[in-house]
Design a protein around this ligand. Structure first.
Ligand SMILES: CC[C@@H](C(=O)O)C(=O)SCCNC(=O)CCNC(=O)[C@H](O)C(C)(C)COP(=O)(O)OP(=O)(O)OC[C@H]1O[C@@H](n2cnc3c(N)ncnc32)[C@H](O)[C@@H]1OP(=O)(O)O
Ligand SMILES: [Co+2]
Length: 143
């Protein structure tokens, strides 16, 4: 089951500059910066509604800067410029959701869930099959 929008990924050219911008916009500082070498990105995360009664389910903004020219973010920036890169839905069972979505005709970009940022297992759906929007599924890795 897709339970909530876990984060919105935004491709940026300069993480430091965009960190300042989003800190002003959201009135909070990023709660972590993390490099994910396998994706060729450095990310920072902001919580949008951390003051709410259910912060565990708050939506996050993930800023992504490319760390290599062959990163998906570098290619995206070259073609489309800065902007929304993907929407990530939290799932309770990523393998079950991948099977269900494949059965519905969606194209999964990685057959095996991979390690994402912020302690998550992730899988992407091809944007050509989702009205041009790259979709990420993510499941929290339990300790
Ligand atoms: C930090 C880890 C993790 C997390 O924990 O949150 C992340 O969020 S990592 C985020 C970065 N990683 C990924 O995006 C992995 C999944 N993406 C891919 O596998 C590829 O980027 C892709 C979607 C398969 C595209 O790759 P490729 O075909 O090599 O690139 P092209 O540049 O040739 O694009 C082909 C086609 O697709 C369009 N496109 C590409 N990216 C997006 C996008 N984000 N949203 C919408 N459309 C996208 C691109 O414009 C091309 O379209 P056409 O020109 O019309 O053919
Ligand atoms: Co993401």
């Amino acid at each position: 089951m897709l339970t909530n929008v876990e984060h919105i990924g935004i491709a940026v050219r300069d993480l430091a500059v965009s960190n300042n911008l989003f800190a002003k916009l959201l009135n909070v500082q990023p709660y972590k910066t993390e490099t994910v070498a396998s994706e060729g990105v450095v990310t920072s995360f902001f919580t949008v509604n951390s003051g709410s009664e259910s912060p565990g389910k708050s939506t996050k903004i993930e800023l992504l800067e490319a760390t290599s020219p062959d990163s998906p973010i570098a290619k995206f920036l070259e073609k489309k410029g800065e902007g929304i890169h993907h929407i990530a839905f939290e799932v309770d069972d990523i393998l079950a959701e991948m099977e269900r979505l494949k059965g519905e005709g969606f194209t999964v970009l990685n057959e095996v869930p991979k390690r994402g940022a912020d302690n998550k297992l992730v899988c992407f759906l091809h944007p050509k099959g989702t009205n041009g929007v790259l979709i990420e599924l993510c499941q929290a890795i339990k300790a």
